[in-house]
Design a protein around this ligand. Sequence first.
Ligand code: HEC
Length: 124
Amino acid sequence: MLKNKKFLVSLLFLALIMVISACGGGGGEEGSESGGDNGGNGGGETTAQGDAANGAEVYQSNCMSCHGQEGAGGSGPALQASSDYDSVIQQVKNGGGGMPAFEGQLSEQEIADVSAYIAEKVAK
Ligand code: HEC
C-alpha cells in the first residue's frame, strides 16, 4: 500500500517535470534571422561642405542684423577673424554669448553654406 502511493507520487512528479520542460523548450529556433537591415545610417555624419554663394543669402536674412554687412560687425562681433569653418558651424548651431542657436532654425545645408560663406568670403 504505502509503496504504491510513493510510486504514484513520483509518477506525478515526473509528469510535472515533463510538462515544465515541454513548455520551456521549443524557443531555440527563433532568433536566427538577424537582419541585414543597416539602412538608417545615413544621417548625422554628413561632411557637407557648404556653398558660400548660397551662404551669402542665408547670411543676409539671418545674421546680418547682428553681424553687419559682410561681417563687419554690429551688435554682434565682426566676423573677419572667423576663418575656421568647423568652429563657425559650431557657433551657428549652438549659439551662445548672446547669439541664438540656429540648429533647427536653419537646415544642415544652410548652416554649412553660411559657415562656408563666413570662413571663405568674410574672414581673411
Ligand atoms: C541676435 C544677434 C545675432 C545673430 C542673429 C547672429 N549672431 Fe553670431 N554672434 C552674436 C554674438 C553676440 C556673438 C558673440 C558670442 C560670444 O562672444 O560668445 C556672436 C558670435 C558669432 C561667431 C563667433 C565670432 C567670434 O569671433 O567668436 C560667429 C562665427 C557667428 N556669430 C556667426 C553667425 C552666423 C553665421 C549667424 C547667422 C546664421 C549669426 N552669427 C547670427 C550675435 C548674433
